[in-house]
Ligand binder design. Structure first.
Ligand SMILES: [Zn+2]
Length: 222
């Protein structure tokens, strides 16, 4: 999937996820969303041409650390060769870059005396990375998310560079509308916080299952 589509789907899923908290704690929600935005592109640090390479300074910095430090470390650790959609496109890869980049972010915040909760960015990085894997599961090349423990691949119908392919953009628009609907529901109806969280989680789960179905995602056991 293309970089812009990764950003759109991940950030709008993130907005839906933070909908119950957005008005209660906007700062925490924004930190989480910043993490999701950056994390949504980081698995592609294994690709030569990628959106994050041309991104703004913060995104570029995270991507560069991932490419020159974390990715080679993962290759060594898992005794893998460099390849797009390899170890960086796994849950293990996403967890590793999220932990290391969270620690680095914490140190930078400490040095610069920034008082925000850096770990919220770290959680966002992980969520963004996992969403990236879910999005790539919908493409023809697919991913093997639980490699090296399990070799099951997930592939769909989305051809990344087919300009006529509208499904990812349509899903992003749908998520944006879902986010607005959830905010409106909170503003005009008296719904308990816990009920709102359950409603949000159900909405995200059903939406993503629907997107997998629309993209005809298949499980391929090897
Ligand atoms: Zn990817």
């Amino acid at each position: 999937m293309r970089g812009q589509q990764h950003i759109q789907i991940s950030v709008f899923t993130g907005l839906v996820l933070t909908a119950p908290f957005l008005l209660l704690n906007p700062t925490a929600s924004v930190l989480l969303l910043v993490g999701i935005f950056i994390g949504s592109l980081l698995p592609d640090s294994d690709a030569s041409d990628r959106t994050a390479k041309h991104g703004d300074s913060v995104l570029f910095a995270f991507d560069k650390i991932n490419e020159v430090f974390i990715y080679p470390l993962l290759l060594r650790l898992f005794q893998e060769k460099k390849r797009h959609r390899g170890i960086l496109h796994t849950v293990a890869g996403v967890a590793t870059f999220s932990i290391i980049l969270t620690v680095i972010t914490g140190i930078v915040f400490l040095i610069l005396n920034i008082q925000f909760n850096f770990w919220l960015i770290g959680i966002g990085l992980f969520i963004g990375g996992i969403l990236h894997l879910m999005e790539d599961c919908c493409t023809l090349s697919g991913v093997i998310p639980l490699y090296p423990k399990y070799h099951t691949a997930f592939k769909g119908e989305i051809a990344t560079f087919n300009r006529k392919e509208k499904r990812p953009n349509q899903f992003a628009s749908y998520l944006a509308m879902l986010f607005v609907a959830l905010v409106v529901v909170q503003l005009f109806y008296d719904i308990a916080f816990l009920s709102m969280i359950i409603l949000t989680l159900m909405a995200i789960t059903l939406s993503w299952l629907g997107f997998f179905a629309v993209c005809r995602v298949k499980k391929i056991c090897k």
